[in-house]
Structures are given as C-alpha cells and as structure tokens.
Design a protein. Structure first.
Length: 352
C-alpha cells in the first residue's frame, strides 16, 4: 500500500508542476527583464516545466508497476494454487518471468528467473530512492534564498515518504545484494549486440554522463553563490535566480539518474544464456517501463521543438538534442507496443 500511496503522491507532483501557476512562478528563474515575483505562464516555462514534470511522471509510472507487482505477489502467496487472481496479474514479475523466443515451454529455470526479477526490482527501488533523495536535496536552494522554495514543504514531505518507502522495499529485496551500480554501464554485457538492448544501454550511458556534467555545473554554481553572498551591493535578484537554477539542476540529476536506471533495466531484459542464444524476456512489466520513458522523451522533446520553432532567434543546431530524444522516445514506444503485442499473441488460444 505504501507504493500505491507513493504512486499517487508522485503523480500529484507531476500535475502540480504543470497546472500550479503560482508554484511554477516560484520554481523557475524569471526571464531577463521580468520583475521578481511576476507570474510565469506555461508557455514561458514550457521546456523546464516539461523536463521537471517528466521526472515525476517516470517516478509515478515505475512506482505503479512495482506496486502492482507487490500486490500480485501477495495474492499469489495467499492463494492455494499459487496464482494471482487479480485483473492485472500479468504485471507481476513472478508470473512467467521469461519466455524463449523459439520455444515458450523452455527457458531459464524458475530460480534463475526469480533472481533476475528480484535484481530488477532492487535496481528500480534503488533508483527511485535516489530520485526521491535528490529531489529532497533540490529544496536546498531555500538555504540561499527564501524565494527559492522549489516545490514547497508539501513536496519535501512527499519525497521523504516515498524515499523511505523505496529504501524499505530495497532492504527487503534479496536482489539488492547483487545490485549493479551505474558504473557498470561501461562494462560490456553479453547480448548487447542486439538493437533493443544496445539502444537502451546507450540511453542509460548518455543520461549517466549528463548526470556527471550537471554535477560539475552544480559545484561551480555553489562556488558562485558564495561569491554573490559576500559581494558588495544588492545582489538579491542574482542570488534568487542562482538558487532556483541550482535547485533545478539537482532535480535534473534526479531525473537523469532515474532515466538511466529504467533504461538499464530494459536493456538487461535481453541476455545471452551462454549458448549463444539471445533470449528476450517478453513481459508486460518491461513493455510498461519502455512506454514510461518513451512518453517522457516524447513529451520533453516535443516541448523543446515547439520552443525552438516558436523562438524569434531560431538556431538549427539547437534541434540536435530534441530530435535525438524524439527518436529515442519513438523507439521506446515501438518497443513497448511490440512487447504488449507479443504478450497478447502468446495469450491467444491455439486454434486446432
């Protein structure tokens, strides 16, 4: 139930970021020439709003999938037949954890597949915990200025609750012992010559590198804040702007780290069984993960493209990043739809 609550709370922050005009005006730095405290419209802050909201969208989506997995596993334990009778039983990683592309009656042993499922849960718990912790840290801008509250005290409480829920679940998960840290992204894995894992692994790697670059920017911003605080004259406006920018940078690290974790989880759903046979674990859970990051990429890239074409100072070079994320989002959505299609095909009864 904690994860059901966490899903609702992160979803509330997703909608709050988009719809709450007053809060949006206190989160984002004002444009040059705009007086401090002026109301910022959604169009004026379209790109940063889309980026910030996409993080909460991914967190809510992954939290929902883990919640349904937990609920279905509990139902399996309580039933004599060991099966879940809930309508969304197919979302549990403990149900048909794997499928062989060539023969559905064969595949990895149940114990190995359960270990894989446990490691997948542990990975997602870890990245959700990190996401909540970093978003809690994004409220640190308030230390520099009380006009940089990020998303407010209610959001801080939400992130504390959700982080504790994720950490608690992570500690109980057996797969946490084999948790693969982000640095292992640089280690080559078997099966990555296939297109699907290669693309998702590349997305995770790019997001991890951007995390490092953003952390460097945050470090420089903290140094600059010390200079502004001690500078002569009135530097209130500059301090407020910097504090809000630093908060958003920390939230960016949170979003990118979660994106990297989800992409890595999807890429690892394609493995080599040791005999040169690549098996794709056809499971709606991974199709859901692909759809979550696919929609996040499509939303943010769409906002970037709209902002670029609507700008009076259009520069074609600025289209490289949004187009790259657009292509990744389309690929992720295709992977999600094809995964759901494969599942539906397998569930159809054979016609004699």
């Amino acid at each position: 139930r904690n994860f059901g609550i966490a899903t609702a709370l992160w979803a509330s922050l997703f909608f709050d970021t988009i719809l709450n005009t007053a809060k949006r005006s206190s989160v984002f730095p004002p444009h040059p020439g705009t007086p401090m405290g002026a109301t910022l419209s959604l169009v004026e802050t379209l790109v940063p709003t889309a980026l910030l909201a996409s993080g909460f969208w991914m967190a809510a989506g992954v939290s929902f999938l883990l919640w349904r997995d937990l609920e279905n596993r509990a139902d399996m334990v309580s039933n004599d037949d060991g099966e879940s009778h809930k309508g969304d039983w197919f979302l549990s990683l403990s149900n048909f954890s794997g499928r062989d592309d060539d023969d559905d009656s064969e595949g990895d042993s149940d114990s190995n597949m359960e270990k894989f499922a446990s490691r997948t849960r542990a990975r997602l718990y870890f990245h959700l915990s990190l996401f909540g912790l970093l978003n809690l840290g994004a409220h640190g801008g308030y230390i520099l200025s009380n006009q940089a509250p990020f998303l407010g005290a209610s959001a801080a409480i939400i992130n504390v609750h959700n982080t504790l829920a994720c950490v608690s679940a992570l500690m109980k998960e057996e797969g946490s012992k084999d948790l693969v840290l982000p640095l292992r992204l640089f280690k080559r894995k078997k099966g990555l010559k296939k297109l699907t894992p290669a693309i998702f692994n590349l997305g995770a790697l790019v997001a991890s590198l951007r995390c490092v670059m953003t952390i460097v920017i945050i470090k420089d911003g903290v140094s600059l804040s010390s200079a502004l605080v001690n500078a002569p004259g009135d530097s209130t406006a500059a301090i407020v702007t910097l504090a809000r920018e630093l908060s958003l940078k920390v939230a960016t690290v949170a979003r990118l780290s979660l994106f990297a974790g989800i992409s890595r989880a999807v890429s690892l759903s394609v493995t080599d069984d040791g005999d040169g046979v690549v098996r794709f674990r056809k499971h709606p859970f991974f199709a859901g993960l692909s759809g979550i990051i696919g929609l996040a990429c499509l939303g943010t890239s769409g906002a970037m493209l709209f902002d670029s074409f609507g700008s009076s100072s259009f520069v074609s070079a600025k289209l490289v990043i949004p187009i790259a994320w657009l292509m990744f989002g389309l690929f992720a959505m295709y992977d999600s739809v094809s995964g759901i299609g494969s599942f539906r095909q397998e569930q159809k009864p054979e016609v004699a």
